[in-house]
Write a protein that binds this ligand. Structure first.
Ligand SMILES: *[C@@H]1O[C@H](CO)[C@@H](O)[C@H](O)[C@H]1NC(C)=O
Ligand SMILES: *[C@@H]1O[C@H](CO)[C@@H](O)[C@H](O)[C@H]1NC(C)=O
Ligand SMILES: *[C@@H]1O[C@H](CO)[C@@H](O)[C@H](O)[C@H]1NC(C)=O
Ligand SMILES: *[C@@H]1O[C@H](CO)[C@@H](O)[C@H](O)[C@H]1NC(C)=O
Ligand SMILES: *[C@@H]1O[C@H](CO)[C@@H](O)[C@H](O)[C@H]1NC(C)=O
Ligand SMILES: *[C@@H]1O[C@H](CO)[C@@H](O)[C@H](O)[C@H]1NC(C)=O
Length: 421
């Protein structure tokens, strides 16, 4: 696992190459540790040029019926060092051009051709307000994850606490907390796929004990998770069967990742938010908010929970026990009040600077525009319409997803396009 961690630290961004008409596991890169791993699902000898030496016992097997991997950022391939013939879900991050640079043409023999098809990905960053002048949302949610009954089946959730929508793969990630697992639901799916945990509550490296927050690292598809009651921060790469512990002895209640790759972490008991560099490991960088004791002065926090960081590294904090949202611009020594709500939780800020947060006391979603400290209720006009909401997120079309802890579901509230005409 240690070796694996170091290698994963080399993960680079989004591109990779496919290979065709090469012998099984043949060299396909200037890096001799890369080889052509054949796709399990096709017979034309094509595959992906990837780093060869991941420990296969740490990877999940592909779906045995259709030989696909339902998890984002993985691909079903045959692997040379596996004793059994079972194909495995391989993280596409291990096929990046940085890890496996293409062979230059002088090296390639005349019979072998390496086609370089770039695996492209686009991150859509939207401002819902740009889609629509007078934006509003359906007040009736549609269940998009979970079902009418709670449980631990693949179509069920039990007390989800956090969600995130990955527009790159059109996938909703759900922290299914009492089931101690993280599952992904593709758009229109009737059931979820396990991506982390699923081994009951506990403190083993394949378990969780209360997931309070998670972020997806777009560089490699890994999930960084606050495993709060285990007082640790763990990382799960796509396809692996256990997590890697990045930090200990912190009761973490919120996570955010900025464009520069810094990880922000709410330290609930220390009344502060800290910043860390996220690479092959997690290194402390600085304290960015609070750390002045428990209290309601603007330089203090009280029970801080969810956070969001914008493109200018301004931090938005659900200062839960202070019943307020505050923002701390980069380098600030005290916060600025965004608005007051009872027990704020999940928070998102769109690129036009509007702040959306969960009012967990009255069970609704509130929005503040930059010049409005009062805020507007946008979902759940009547109090308690939603059932113990904990978190929210947007997709690329401006629809809102709300995680309903008390209803054991995630509901989607469609952007009302009539208002946009
Ligand atoms: C937005 O809504 C307000 C109040 O309902 C209305 O006065 C205004 O004309 C609307 N703007 C647009 C662009 O529809
Ligand atoms: C869940 O409940 C709703 C409302 O009672 C019903 O319309 C829907 O068919 C139910 N879904 C399932 C899968 O039972
Ligand atoms: C799922 O729930 C059933 C019934 O409550 C239980 O027997 C089983 O152990 C649970 N499975 C897991 C992985 O928690
Ligand atoms: C994990 O939990 C077990 C049982 O509760 C406990 O004995 C053990 O000390 C824990 N390990 C760690 C690393 O916290
Ligand atoms: C970030 O800062 C730039 C330059 O000051 C500004 O134009 C932009 O609006 C800011 N972005 C946000 C989201 O506040
Ligand atoms: C906010 O609420 C106060 C008190 O109800 C009111 O006086 C003020 O006009 C409101 N501000 C806005 C921007 O709506």
């Amino acid at each position: 696992m240690i070796v694996l961690s170091i290698l994963f630290g080399l993960f680079a961004l989004t591109a990779g190459q496919t290979c065709r008409n090469l012998p099984l596991y043949a060299r396909c890169s200037t890096n001799p540790d890369c080889g052509c791993l054949p796709f399990s699902s096709v017979d034309d000898q094509s595959g992906i040029c990837a780093y060869l030496h991941l420990n296969p016992t740490k990877l999940r097997a592909c779906n045995e019926y259709n030989y696909y991997c339902d998890q984002p950022y993985t691909v079903c391939v045959h692997h040379p060092s596996l004793a059994t013939k079972k194909p495995l879900c391989y993280p596409t991050g291990m096929a990046s051009l940085d890890i496996c640079p293409p062979l230059d043409h002088s090296w390639t023999s005349s019979e072998t051709t390496t086609t370089t098809t770039t695996i492209t990905t686009t991150v859509t960053s939207i401002s819902v307000e740009e889609l629509c002048a007078n934006v509003s949302w359906s007040q009736v949610g549609k269940t998009v994850a979970g079902s009418n009954f709670t449980g631990n089946a693949t179509n069920q959730l039990r007390n989800p606490t956090a969600i995130l929508f990955d527009s790159k793969t059109d996938t909703l990630y759900v922290a299914d907390t009492t089931n101690a697992r993280i599952v992904t639901w593709h758009i229109d799916a009737d059931y979820g796929m396990l991506v982390a945990g699923g081994n009951g509550n506990g403190n083993r490296s394949n378990q969780f004990e209360w997931i309070s927050s998670m972020v997806l690292n777009p560089a490699d598809g890994s999930l960084i998770v606050c495993d709060a009651r285990n007082r640790r921060i763990v990382r799960w790469y796509p396809g692996v069967i256990d997590g890697e512990i990045l930090a200990h002895n912190i009761y973490c209640s919120g996570l955010a990742l900025d464009k520069q790759g810094f990880l922000y972490m709410t330290e609930f008991e220390n009344q502060r938010v800290t910043r860390w560099t996220l690479e092959s490991n997690l290194k402390f960088d600085s304290i960015v908010a609070g750390n002045n004791g428990k209290g309601n002065r603007l330089d203090q926090l009280y029970g801080p929970m969810n956070i969001f960081v914008d493109e200018n590294q301004t931090l938005f904090i659900s200062d839960n026990s202070n019943n307020r949202i505050v923002k701390w611009p980069k380098g600030a020594t005290e916060g600025i009040l965004v608005g007051n709500i009872r027990y704020p939780k999940g928070i998102r800020v769109t690129s036009s600077g509007n702040v959306y947060a969960i009012d967990s006391y009255y069970s609704r979603v509130i929005r503040w525009t930059p010049n409005d400290v009062n805020g507007t209720v946008i979902i759940g006009e009547k109090q308690y319409t939603l059932s113990q909401p904990t978190d929210l997120d947007f997709d690329a079309n401006g629809n809102i997803y709300v995680c309903l802890y008390g209803k054991n579901r995630v509901e989607k509230f469609n952007l009302d396009k009539n208002e946009c005409l």
